[in-house]
Design a protein around this ligand. Structure first.
Ligand code: GRF
Length: 194
């Protein structure tokens, strides 16, 4: 059995899609949902899905290695960031080499980096007059949105599209592709270990 830990700071729609995707799996289990936001919508989703939730604060995350230890002790095989807003600490990245993935709501390397999240991304895409946007799924390193790209998918952007229109089209791509790409990354890990 492979174990996934999901990190989310917000609504958690991607976290729920991933949990649903593996709900009937006999090989993969979403074992834990972690959040840095006690008001995050993902907490209610996790409760409904009967997935344990762990809340943590900045001190625990950056000044101790409690989270790293806990994830190692729980035998977590893959860490999946789904709308998690904080930079991953170096010790956690080192403890899970090529075992942390993230999704970004734009076609990196454009429209990425610190401060580029949620509606700020879609406003920047619209303001730049882009003709397409999309999603990027990538491995996580110590820098925002800079890890090796695993998968990208795009959607057209028209001049009449508002940032909300772009956000809706991009979210549709996220919900279609993120669970499937997570499954592929896990399959790759399994092959590498055998
Ligand atoms: C998604 O757009 C994702 O690309 C970004 O944060 C958002 C999270 O959405 N990193 P949700 O909380 O999964 O609905």
């Amino acid at each position: 059995m492979k174990h996934i830990a999901l990190f989310a700071s917000g609504s958690g729609s991607n976290a729920e899609k991933i949990a649903d995707y593996f709900a009937d799996s006999t090989d993969v289990k979403v074992s834990l949902i972690l959040s840095n936001n006690p008001k995050a919508g993902v907490i209610d989703r996790a409760r409904r899905l009967h997935i344990p939730v762990l809340l943590f604060d900045r001190t625990t995350f950056y000044s101790t290695n409690q989270i790293t230890e806990l994830l190692l002790n729980q035998g977590i095989d893959l860490i999946v960031l789904a709308g998690f807003m904080w930079l991953m600490p170096a010790d956690l990245v080192r403890a899970f080499p090529n075992k942390i993935v993230n999704i970004h709501p734009a076609l990196l390397p454009k429209f990425g980096g610190k401060g580029m999240y949620g509606h700020f991304v879609h406003e920047a895409v619209a303001a730049a007059g882009e003709t397409e946007s999309g999603i990027t799924i990538h491995y996580v390193n110590e820098h925002y949105d800079e890890g090796q790209i695993i998968f990208q998918a795009s959607c057209p952007v028209t001049q009449s599209d508002t940032p909300d229109d772009i956000a809706r089209h991009v979210q549709a791509l996220e919900h279609i592709h993120y669970p499937r790409v997570v499954a592929e990354v896990l399959a790759t890990l399994t092959t590498q270990e055998s």
